[in-house]
Design a protein around this ligand. Structure first.
Ligand SMILES: Cc1ncc(COP(=O)(O)O)c(C=O)c1O
Length: 435
């Protein structure tokens, strides 16, 4: 793709940091009594949110699930801190900027209703979850219950433990779309055995956006004296929840996905009594055995990244968790309803039920190669999507599912969604004919 668009990026077609804070705070106040569902298609509200981002002038980005842009207010804070820290990093960054990680911890704990002493700030979901996956003491033969649709890196980590320590990985399949959250609870219940030590569950499946009833699954785990690990990479700041309500043992998430925090930020929740029972990936001093900060002992790193989380938290709070969820669901339904009207097109998971599906879904096309379609969407329509494939889905005729994962964000306009839907309507029948 040509890079001739780059100079335009500097155009001031977005709100500067301070302006954006003031406007989103004012929006929050003005819409205080309005129900989230009523705001979902209130384009004046979302136009202001869109202005808080420096949008890409050349492509429509429908892969916000991989990694999302930060609003300008977050980006500016991050850049300011990088510059400030660079004066004399050993003093400015270590002494002045690094301690702000405590403010991040407190604010996040307050917003998700947790004890700050249970929250570690990490660099991504992988770091958070691998700390836990490798840090729990296990005996040969101990079993981990997980699905084939959990994230490959997390499966690879368990596989390494299998090779190294002889633990057993029980990977279960399930058919998408799931009809009811109870079916997913049943899937775990039926697969618990005498040796099950850990249930590892994604709150939102990265392949299809399928939402899991994690609260019920963690409850089930607790009833059987099983440790629960929730992969919240795709759920944090997307699906509203509180830690007190979820009651899991561990929760790991990336913050550069749905929170729009700086790239290279993540969080790890560890239930208080599990902290001393979990070895940190990078060893910490014995005096830190009971301290959640032992998971932050990673050596020298930029403070600006994790400090930028503070602005991202404020931005999210000003939009409102329920309001954001309702908007993201609205945008998903807007394209999914049109796509499903095309013969031979299936959307996984489209569900009306907010317990089953949120911001994103994967669309499959009978007789059309999803990778090729994604290429044409980018080259001809400047629409960026993610080709995605999955393991065998029992009960379906295709041995693999491949499709395009579509993940808009709060700055995506209905017009952009409609352009995607129109492009698919136009392309699928013609590409199928020539296939
Ligand atoms: C379900 C799930 N878990 C974990 C990860 C890893 O996230 P990160 O690459 O930010 O560490 C991802 C990334 O897409 C994911 O989708």
């Amino acid at each position: 793709m040509s890079t001739s668009f780059l100079p335009q990026v500097t155009r001031r077609n977005f709100l500067l940091g301070a302006q954006a804070v003031a406007i989103t705070a004012a929006l929050n106040k003005a819409y205080a009594g309005v129900l989230p569902e009523q705001t979902a298609d209130d384009e004046e509200f979302w136009r202001q949110i869109r202005l808080a981002y420096e949008a890409d002038p050349a492509i429509i980005n429908l892969n916000n699930g991989g990694v999302a842009p930060s609003p300008t207010v977050v980006l500016e804070e991050q850049i300011n801190e990088v510059r400030y820290g660079n004066y004399s990093p050993s003093y400015r960054m270590w002494r002045e900027l690094e301690p702000k990680i405590e403010d991040v911890r407190k604010k996040m704990a307050q917003m998700w209703d947790a004890d700050p002493e249970t929250i570690a700030i990490t660099r991504n979901a992988s770091e958070s979850l691998i700390n836990v996956q490798l840090g729990i003491t296990m005996q040969p033969g101990d079993e981990v219950l997980i699905t084939t649709q959990d994230y490959p890196r997390m499966l690879t980590t368990w596989e390494q433990r299998r090779r190294r320590d002889g633990v057993v990985i029980k990977k279960v399949d399930f058919k998408v779309p799931v009809q009811s959250p109870d079916d997913l609870v049943k899937l775990y219940r039926e697969n618990i055995g005498l040796k099950t030590k850990i249930i590892h569950v994604s709150q939102v499946c990265f392949m299809t956006g399928q939402i899991f009833p994690v609260k019920e699954i963690c409850k089930l785990a607790r009833e059987h004296n099983i440790i629960s690990i929730v992969d919240g990479a795709h759920a944090f700041a997307h699906v509203p929840f509180q830690f007190t309500d979820l009651d899991c043992d561990y929760y790991g998430a990336s913050l550069h996905k749905w929170l729009s925090a700086p790239v290279g930020t993540g969080m790890l929740y560890v239930r208080k009594d599990r902290i001393p029972q979990t070895w940190a990936l990078m060893p910490a001093n014995e005096s830190q055995d009971h301290d959640i900060r032992k998971f932050e002992e990673i050596g020298t790193h930029p403070a600006a990244m994790h400090n930028g989380i503070l602005q991202a938290l404020d931005f999210y709070k000003n939009i409102g968790a329920d309001r954001k969820f309702a908007r993201l669901r609205y945008l998903k339904s807007r394209w999914a309803e049109r796509a499903e009207k095309i013969p031979g097109v299936t959307v996984l998971v489209k569900a009306e039920d907010p317990r089953l599906s949120g911001a994103f879904a994967t669309v499959q096309f009978d007789g059309v190669d999803a990778g090729k379609l994604g290429g044409v969407l980018l080259d001809k329509y400047k629409i960026f999507t993610t080709p995605i494939g999955g393991p065998a889905v029992p009960g379906t005729k295709t041995p693999q599912f491949t499709g395009l994962r579509i993940s808009p964000n709060v700055y995506t306009s209905p017009d952009e969604i409609d352009r995607f839907a129109s492009a698919v309507e136009e392309l699928v029948p013609t590409m199928r004919k020539t296939a």
